[in-house]
Ligand binder design. Structure first.
Ligand SMILES: Nc1ncnc2c1ncn2[C@@H]1O[C@H](COP(=O)(O)OP(=O)(O)OP(=O)(O)O)[C@@H](O)[C@H]1O
Ligand code: SF4
Ligand SMILES: [Mg+2]
Length: 334
């Protein structure tokens, strides 16, 4: 069984050139997703989670968004590797990778389904796009996948329109579309944010089961620590376009090193907790006016003279890294 790397992102920089200035949305980000693992991406709004995810599909909003540097190497089953960023975003090869190798559940589930087509038509369209089958077989496959994602009575549900589905069922339909071509990597961008907690836990459970059954990896994006704890094997924590900490789920929850991660954990609601929740002091800096040196410095309790310079990434455990001067004694890895 091959459990190696499926995708490796190296030194990725994606900037937006706007009238107000340059937004360094993703700034020198490196990480990998291994086969059959769930990698959680955690961070506050605007920290670059979705832009990172869209880069994996070569879907950077153009013309304002530009890749300034980096590579995204996808390892194929036949042992070859391809740099996604070297491909024409509108070309045939990229089209084949989207869906068949990497599929994405986008952040806006309610708007991602087309209201004028039935749910079945939309799942069938995805099947027809990537598999050489006729309409009859595509319909059978659509019913099969609807059953797999837990949509009740798929024989009838297939001919219903999105507005006839509940929020949770629409999210299951989105998952069905993404999974219709057996992708090897599923990117789920805040797929449960709009759902209530009971439905959220059902969807997380479903993704967990499907990952094992379909032999895939998941890149799961969220700003919710509780969700990360439920689903991720490893976690990367992003802040203002940078990865400030990465490690196993246990490292992040029980041995957090970066002051930002520690604050995130302190601010999370706990069962039985009463009164005000502690929140992180200060707000995320404007992307147009990022502080020099460490970007977390204005909110950090441990700030020191050295933090005027950008901190390197240090090894703080066997598979655990933090971008912070507090760990200067550790091996430098970035
Ligand atoms: N099309 C665009 N044009 C200009 N700036 C953009 C564009 N898309 C994203 N950005 C900027 O890039 C930065 C990263 O955005 P991104 O959408 O990746 O954040 P996010 O972490 O996904 O946030 P959220 O949790 O709110 O979804 C933000 O500062 C955002 O304003
Ligand atoms: S580098 Fe300095 S300011 Fe930044 S998180 Fe570490 S201690 Fe705080
Ligand atoms: Mg986002």
């Amino acid at each position: 069984m091959n459990t190696g790397e499926l995708i490796r992102v190296k030194d990725l920089q994606v900037f937006f050139h706007t009238d107000e200035g340059i937004v360094r949305a993703v700034d020198n980000v490196s990480f990998s997703v291994n086969r059959r693992e769930t990698l959680g991406v955690l961070g506050e709004s605007g920290c670059g989670k979705s832009v990172t995810a869209r880069s994996l599909l070569n879907l950077i909003p153009r013309p304002r968004g530009r890749v300034h540097s980096g590579s995204i190497m996808l390892s194929k089953d036949d042992g070859t590797k391809v740099d996604i960023l070297s491909l024409d975003p509108f070309g045939k090869e990229m089209g084949q990778i989207r869906g068949a190798e990497i599929a994405m559940i986008f952040q806006e589930p309610m708007t991602s389904l087309n209201p004028v087509y039935t749910v079945g038509q939309q799942i069938m369209e995805a099947v027809l796009l990537h598999q050489e089958v006729g309409k009859k077989v595509a319909r059978e496959k659509a019913i099969e996948i609807m059953e797999k994602v837990g949509i009740a009575s798929p024989q009838q549900a297939i001919d219903k329109y999105p507005h006839e589905f509940s929020g949770g069922m629409r999210q299951r339909a989105m998952i069905a579309i993404a999974l219709s071509c057996n992708p090897r990597l599923l990117i789920a961008d805040e797929p449960t944010t709009a759902l209530d907690v009971t439905i959220e836990s059902q969807i997380l459970e479903l993704l967990h089961e499907l990952k094992a059954e379909m032999d895939m990896s998941i890149l799961f994006i969220t700003h919710d620590l509780g969700v990360i704890g439920e689903i991720a094997d490893r976690v990367i924590v992003m802040y203002t376009g940078k990865i400030v900490e990465s490690g196993s789920c246990v490292d992040i929850f029980y041995r957090p090193k970066h002051p930002y991660t520690k604050k995130l954990l302190e601010s999370r609601p706990r069962i039985g907790q009463e009164g005000e929740l502690s929140s992180i002091v200060g707000s995320v800096p404007s992307p147009y006016h990022l502080p020099p040196g460490c970007r977390f410095a204005p909110r950090c309790d441990f700030i020191m003279e050295k933090c005027r310079q950008e901190p390197p990434i240090f090894l703080v455990g066997p598979e655990h890294q933090a971008q912070c001067w507090l760990y200067e004694g550790g091996e430098r890895v970035g």
